[in-house]
Design a binder for this molecule. Structure first.
Ligand code: MN
Length: 236
């Protein structure tokens, strides 16, 4: 039996009612990891001290989508249109990103995962695209998650370009926030038509992030299958 890489997925918290509350991860993440040859391991929101222990169990980390990042972590006050925040999750994830970069284990940020990676490295976010960048296109699609919604232009000489082998890819879009000031250790490698950053990669570490949801396009998109398969292989 060949050993499969263990991919930690950061989780959120959901409360359905007083007797059903707990860990939440969209099933598309673990389905995509299993289909790509990895073992998914859900990492519940815990204390920031747990981050190094979580990391020790994993060969790579996926920072999943979810709530808005608390703007206190990039020294801003909340904008009127800031969405739901969950600072306990931010603290665990910020510690996990730091530990992951320190040990140079592979990291894939997805949607919120891209945003918090930028924040962890000193960047800032646009707290609400429609009100703060009225000229931006629509980035919250109303069609189902697996469907692509807008195109992105991929920079040549990027990890993503190596994976996709083309400069234009169709992606889904489920975000009302985006990167504002890019962290100095990150390079923007994909852009939407309105100039919004849609993917980044670390200048020296094995850390990549996309603003869209490749896990939800996995069953229908060869491009997103390649993205996941390459990540899982990197964790091997
Ligand atoms: Mn978008």
């Amino acid at each position: 039996m060949t050993k499969k890489p263990v991919i930690g997925i950061t989780a959120s918290y959901v409360k359905h009612n007083h007797y059903m509350e707990g860990v939440y991860v969209h099933q598309d993440y673990h389905k995509a990891i299993v289909a790509s040859g990895g073992i998914p391991l859900v990492l519940p929101v815990s204390t920031k001290e747990m981050a190094i222990h979580y990391l020790a169990m994993c060969d790579g980390i996926i920072m999943s989508g979810g709530e808005d990042v608390d703007p206190q972590f990039y020294q801003q006050d909340p904008h009127q249109k800031l969405g739901f925040i969950f600072p306990e999750r931010d603290e665990v994830e910020l510690a996990l990103i730091q530990a992951c970069l320190d040990e140079n284990k592979p990291l894939l940020g997805i949607c919120r995962g891209l945003q918090i990676l930028n924040v962890a490295l000193g960047g800032t976010l646009i707290q609400d695209l429609p009100s703060q960048v009225p000229t931006s296109m629509q980035h919250v699609q109303t069609i189902p998650r697996p469907r692509s919604f807008h195109s992105v232009t991929i920079e040549k000489n990027s990890h993503l370009h190596t994976i996709f082998e083309k400069e234009r890819v169709r992606v889904n879009s489920l975000h009302h926030q985006a990167i504002d000031t890019l962290a100095t250790e990150l390079k923007a490698v994909a852009f939407a038509g309105d100039g919004i950053i849609e993917a980044v990669e670390h200048v020296s570490k094995k850390a990549w992030a996309v603003q869209w949801h490749p896990e939800s396009m996995f069953s229908t998109s060869k491009d997103m299958q390649k993205l996941f398969q390459t990540f899982v292989q990197t964790c091997q």
